[in-house]
Design a binder for this molecule. Structure first.
Ligand code: GLP
Length: 237
């Protein structure tokens, strides 16, 4: 817990580069990083770009897998998660393009196998929705789920309308998302949350019973799980 989102983001970015730098990559075994989108990780990505520019980290031996992507808008759309990732991270660092993965209608059936082919995800950075969803595993998602297409709940559509000029009708109605099990299969998970709006999700994640109605609660069973949150997000604890 840190006082502000700025401090939490700094801590997480430093942790990620520490893990990348400690890792001994080989040709067959790169550092595999799972990544989220949304407002929560924006400062973390800005910090990672700064670290890269200052020579503190390289992404040459990093392979990334994003958690989710909208269905129904092209990857070139300004609000696609593809665009978000290039704008906030990928275009500013030295990651080879073929090492970047985002789920899509074309690859989702093979996504978990693709991850397994790299030896699994070393570190999965993960945001959380105010209703406790991770990636787009909306309330009611199976805790054993793998990558698939999900219909978004009206709460999530309303929450994400802010990225579509506040227009609920412009928000895609479904998405491709990694499953809860895909996240659980990572060797380590860091969940980030900030602000009062995430306080109930943080309470459920820490104090709630494990339930498919709050998919974040599955992480209570993960052997190596860190939550990095600001003070405001802890208000319900
Ligand atoms: C979306 C994404 C999630 C993200 C959540 C929270 O629903 N699919 O991966 O964690 O929003 O977003 P934000 O960080 O903007 O609050």
């Amino acid at each position: 817990i840190r006082d502000t989102k700025t401090q939490t983001s700094q801590w997480v970015a430093e942790y990620i580069i520490k893990r990348i730098n400690e890792f001994q990559p080989t040709k067959d075994r790169p550092f595999v990083l799972g990544l989220p989108t949304g407002s929560s990780p924006e400062q973390i990505y800005a910090n990672l770009v700064d670290f890269y520019r200052n020579g503190k980290v390289s992404f040459k031996h990093v392979v990334t897998f994003n958690m989710d992507e909208y269905v129904g808008i092209p990857t070139s759309h300004a609000q696609s998660y593809h665009s978000f990732m290039f704008k906030n991270l990928f275009q500013h660092v030295d990651i080879p393009p073929h090492q970047i993965h985002l789920p899509s209608l074309e690859n989702y059936a093979e996504y978990d196998n693709l991850i397994a082919g790299y030896g699994g995800i070393e570190l999965f950075l993960c945001g959380v929705g105010s209703d406790g969803h991770i990636a787009f595993n909306e309330p009611g998602s199976s805790l054993a789920s793998k990558t698939r297409v999900k219909t978004l709940t009206s709460d999530t559509i309303a929450a994400n309308a802010r990225f579509f000029d506040g227009n609920i009708n412009s928000v895609p109605k479904s998405a491709v998302t990694v499953g809860v099990k895909t996240v659980m299969d990572a060797k380590e998970v860091i969940l980030i949350a900030d602000g009062r709006g995430k306080a109930e999700a943080v309470r459920q994640a820490v104090e709630g019973s494990i339930s498919h109605m709050w998919t974040v609660t599955a992480l209570q069973m993960h052997p190596k799980f860190i939550m990095a949150v600001d003070e405001a997000a802890t208000e319900e604890l």
